[in-house]
Design a protein. Sequence first.
Length: 459
Amino acid sequence: MRSGGTSSAALVHLAMVLLLAAAFPAHAHEVPADAPLAAAPPSRNVWLALGEVTAANAAIWSVNRFIRKTDWSEVSPEVWGRNLTGRFEWDADKFTANQLDHPYHGGIYYNIGRDNGFSYWESGLLTFLGSLQWEVFGENNPPSTNDIINTSLGGLAVGEVLYRLSSMILDNSATGWERGGLEVAAGLLNPGRGLSRVVRGEAWRVGPTPRESTPLHFAGFARAGFLQEGDATKGQVGEGQFFLGLGLRSGDPFLDDFHKPFDSFSVDASFITRQDHFLSQAEVQGLLALTPLVRRPRWQVLLGAYQFYDYVDIGNYQVGAQSFSGSLLYRHELKGALDVRATLDLRGVALAAISTDPSETDGRGYDYGPGLGVTLRAALGSWPWEYAGLELEASWIRTLDGTSNDHLIQEGRLHADIPVFHGLGLGGSVQLFRRDSLIPHEQADTQKNPRFQVFVSWH
């Protein structure tokens, strides 16, 4: 999906998602046992979901064809025939378009499925079909392999988070202006679901609200402060900048029951003042499956599976990835609510985009490929507040399209966030991003980007 101003819209939407979510901790509580019966899940409607996805694609295409008048939206039966019979390619769109816009659009397809009674995995299939339909019929460019993967897998992660957050806003028992305001807010947060609720008449139908809409554990937080980046390879220090970090935590794998994918998930994003790279980092992490290995009075070991969406844009260091993991989770209770937690992830990277030299890739500036990775995270805190923590990550990526044969990515972060007064804290962090790329017949290309932060936090 080609996009011009879409990246800005997706950035604004991401910021809105996290800001709205940060206002919800006070509403996260256990539903009383005598609460009214919960609504039954919507019946699965395959044809309506396919029709809504087609309508969404047609609407997006119409805006680009008749309002924005983009060249790539000029399609015809001849173009469709070529796309149906031709080969897929790796496109040369900008990093933000492929790694941010496509997961965002995939979330629209995904939520049409979820609101029509589809499960997580079934909605993922619908997301793939919606992306494939667009690639074949919505553009005059050949279908793109990376677009299909980023839209489908990124749409799973982004879409389920939006579904869960919009569920916390919606109240099927509300009426009048209150109902209208809630439906509008949920629709702005989750356009795909908003469209589906209008089509199905759910936007004004009065009834019970599903109990699972409000998780037992939910918290949002924010950090604001000063950030300093650099390029250690060239010995350069960048200008200091203001940054805003937003995040949320929903569900606790150690304290809550787990039934469905993303019953426990987290979202983190960092925004900076530099105009060209407003979104600096974003991560979505959702728990897909969980089983206990060891349970003792004061410590536990769990075996889980996670899905990850990662986006890093640090100066000229850019990495975006869709991945899944098998994970060991450990928790040891200390005094009061204090605990130590650690997680070891063994990741399979379905597709990663890694910045290289724009002159070597016809202006795209990054390679594409799958790979393997390992991540270790450890923290001391009281859920959801991490007082001190360490994160180490290493990934190997094999290039399928680009200039390098292999990439080795290493990231490390040490952070502290100390409580000062009620929900306020003071903290800082030190990060290092390193990329080693093997280029045929050339010396390995190494890039190192350190980052320092000091901030005030709100929890």
